[in-house]
Design a protein around this ligand. Structure first.
Ligand code: PGA
Length: 272
């Protein structure tokens, strides 16, 4: 795992965006796995800015989102479909027909999930999967106890997740109890996983994921088994890591040719 600790969410998101842009430059038809929630909002704003400046072209990319609530349609204000249109898709040149999000109103949910998996395979698999992390360690909506080999399927959300996400719903409006989510096995097949986490509320989940045992009780810990996982943190989310000094040192000492992974851009303005 590569653990990159930045001063604040803005610098971390900028760096992550440069990394995504470098992946797209290297492979213009890249397949991106996308996440929703508060965490990737700044990343998407940075990607939109890179597009405006001519530094990122999404015209040949395709995207697959991690998850969607069951029981709400694509135009519901809290749907992830709407989130993606508002926060990213309408600001860049990805073709709408190349963006896929599970359908929260699918009649045949198992059939829909199987078709989603097939579509990912038919697209050549996911090149880079963006991830957030829940305070309970979930990735996508794979709640604790999810099979580490799971595929896209229906999941029941924990009370904690529903409480955390109530802020995206209208006052008094119930958060759906179920979601369709890519599985942990699906996520692990992405060629690269990029997880972002910001703020003190994520510090324990981040420490468990990076330095704790690999366990279905803490789904994000499976990234320890991923051959290419990059974790972007701010100082607060990194606050409970035992080896944060080492992670900072690794990044500061990165040889120039490795920094090229980030598009050859001089980006490390966060030097301490
Ligand atoms: P958040 O959610 O970005 O809104 O904190 C992250 C997640 O639940 O994966």
């Amino acid at each position: 795992m590569e653990i990159i600790i930045c001063e604040n969410p803005t610098s971390a998101s900028r760096l992550a965006a440069l990394h995504v842009a470098a992946v797209i430059r290297a492979k213009p038809e890249a397949v991106l796995g996308l996440a929703t929630g508060a965490t990737p909002v700044a990343l998407y704003a940075e990607l939109a800015e890179l597009f405006r400046r001519g530094m990122a072209d999404f015209s040949r990319c395709s995207t697959f989102n991690l998850d969607e609530y069951v029981g709400i349609g694509r135009d519901h204000p809290a749907s992830f479909s709407r989130f993606m249109r508002e926060k990213l898709f309408r600001h860049i040149n990805v073709l709408p027909e190349n963006t896929r999000i599970p359908d929260g109103l699918a009649g045949d949910i198992p059939g829909h999930c199987a078709a989603y998996e097939k579509a990912i395979s038919a697209a050549g698999g996911i090149d880079l999967q963006i991830l957030g992390i829940g305070a309970d360690g979930h990735i996508g909506f794979n709640e604790p106890s999810s099979s580490l080999a799971s595929r896209t399927r229906l999941k029941t959300l924990t009370r904690k997740t529903r409480e955390d996400n109530a802020r995206f719903f209208g006052r008094g409006e119930p958060v759906p109890q179920h979601a369709i989510t890519m599985g942990i096995g699906t996520i692990m097949e992405a060629r690269e996983a990029v997880l972002l986490a910001f703020g003190e509320a994520k510090a324990q989940a981040v420490a468990n994921a990076i330095e704790g045992p690999v366990s279905a009780s803490n789904p994000a810990s499976i990234l320890q088994m991923h051959p290419r996982a990059v974790i972007f943190l701010d100082d607060l989310a990194a606050g409970l890591l035992q080896r944060s000094d080492y992670y900072r040192e690794v990044f500061e000492q990165k040889p120039h040719w490795q920094r090229g992974d980030f598009g050859g851009v001089v980006f490390w303005e966060d030097k301490r």
